[in-house]
Ligand binder design. Structure first.
Ligand SMILES: *Cc1c(COP(=O)(O)O)cnc(C)c1O
Ligand code: SF4
Length: 425
């Protein structure tokens, strides 16, 4: 098993006198987040040209780097993957023609401010606009960082009331910003209220703390979370360099408390857009008991076009994982549909062709094989006592086509329909 070394923060001159106690205290890190150029220069060498560019960036954009994450930066190397995620680049001032303010239309799908209800049975609650660190590739740039505040309690209560009134919501995803920037007792108030709602089955927390401020995962936090099981945590590692002794401890502490941790990676150009890096990351995640969940295609948010890779690269990465390594190390590659369509999974094609009874399929080695379907392929699905008891209804969308409930799905304003209507008149 790989041994991880503790970060040697004392190698950084300005942290030389920081006590061990302070370094392991997440509040100390929050108080000492690097927000301006003079503080940054004490931690990483910045030349004059870069300083000038940074000045321009900071007129428009915010910077925020936790001392812990900054200590992972390789000072000698301009293209250090930690540096690229933390220090603003002049490219962020450029908006590509296809960039949007809110590409996922999270604001549009929001029945009450702070809550997005996109999928039938689950909601996204943006509990805080604050992050301990402002990732340069953040998709929620419009929400995060421009207002340095948590959601007012009244607004959170309105969101929770919405969940209470919507019996179909069985999964609540608390995200932000980073909800773990909230103090334990405040977070507990929110979680408790959600847990008290009878129809809520699971609670998920989206946080980058295990990566950017692992000391936030304290014993008292996990003790609190444990009371409200089932709770799941989704975090956001992008590169094997982010897996350290400290982040490993944080993830293991969660896992030891019975809180499963999953990971969502964003594909970022020159950071992790290559098959061996992602494979290494997936393997190392499993070693710290984090289950790879999603790999995201970079969204079309403003100012992050320099991070975008091609979708093709994502497919190549999956091709290099699937079958070649543990199934558990293979996340789902998704494109979050612009316009609010939600996540769309993409896979390299494994189906070569089909006939009445046979499928021609290919595996990861390139072997082409057949699968013969049974002759009597009609299942009794939909007619057994289990469904009858529960008044089971097929899901909407394409599932309705498959169940025969709908003949077709048509876009609104279909030209052909308009013509027919004109003819009738
Ligand atoms: C990603 C997301 C979810 C959760 O989706 P899962 O696929 O269940 O993880 C819920 N709501 C919104 C708006 C999302 O973007
Ligand atoms: S932690 Fe998440 S929400 Fe916060 S800046 Fe990073 S990517 Fe954005």
């Amino acid at each position: 098993m790989k041994e991880y070394k503790k970060v040697n923060y004392r190698k950084i001159h300005c942290y030389k006198t920081v006590s061990k106690k302070d370094w392991h205290d997440w509040h100390w890190h929050i108080r000492n987040v690097i927000r301006d150029i003079p503080s940054l220069k004490k931690v990483v060498p910045i030349d004059k040209a870069e300083e000038n560019r940074l000045e321009k960036c900071l007129c428009k954009l915010r910077m925020g780097i936790t001392p812990y994450y900054a200590s992972l930066i390789d000072p000698q190397y301009k293209r250090c993957v930690i540096r690229m995620q933390a220090i603003p680049s002049i490219n962020e001032l450029y908006n590509a023609p296809d960039d949007y303010e809110d590409p996922l239309q999270e604001d549009v799908d929001s029945p009450v401010p702070g809550l997005t209800h996109r999928y039938p049975d689950r909601v996204l609650l943006l509990a805080s606009h604050i992050c301990s660190m402002y990732c340069r590739h953040c998709t929620r740039r419009r929400l995060v960082g421009d207002r340095d505040k948590h959601l007012p309690e009244k607004q959170i209560n309105t969101c929770i009331n919405y969940i209470r009134q919507h019996k179909e919501v069985r999964d609540v995803l608390i995200s932000g910003g980073d909800p773990l920037t909230l103090e334990d007792n405040y977070l507990e108030d929110i979680i408790k209220k959600i847990r008290d709602i009878e129809h809520v089955e699971i609670i998920r927390i989206g946080t980058r703390m295990p990566v950017v401020l692992p000391f936030r995962i304290t014993a008292s936090l996990t003790r609190m979370l444990k009371k409200y099981q089932p709770i799941y945590i989704n975090t956001h590692f992008n590169h094997p360099k982010e897996i350290t002794f400290e982040s490993k401890e944080a993830c293991e502490r969660l896992a030891d408390s019975g809180i499963p941790v999953a990971n969502q990676t964003v594909l970022l150009r020159d950071v992790n857009d290559c098959p061996p890096i992602i494979k290494k990351l997936m393997h190392e995640l499993l070693m710290i008991r984090v289950r790879p969940y999603y790999i995201y295609q970079c969204d079309l948010s403003k100012g992050i076009s320099h991070f975008r890779t091609s979708i093709t690269k994502g497919l190549e990465i999956i091709e290099n994982l699937q079958g070649h390594t543990s199934g558990m190390a293979v996340p789902t590659f998704v494109v979050d549909a612009p316009g609010g369509g939600g996540k769309i999974p993409l896979m390299p094609n494994h189906m070569i062709s089909q006939s009445d009874r046979r499928f021609a399929l290919r595996n990861y080695e390139g072997v082409i094989t057949t699968y013969t379907q049974p002759e009597n392929v009609f299942s009794n699905c939909g007619h057994c006592h289990i469904c009858d008891d529960r008044n089971y209804k097929p899901s909407g969308g394409i599932a309705k086509l498959l169940s025969g409930e709908k003949l077709n799905l048509e876009p609104k304003g279909l030209e052909r329909r308009k013509r027919l209507r004109r003819k009738k008149r």
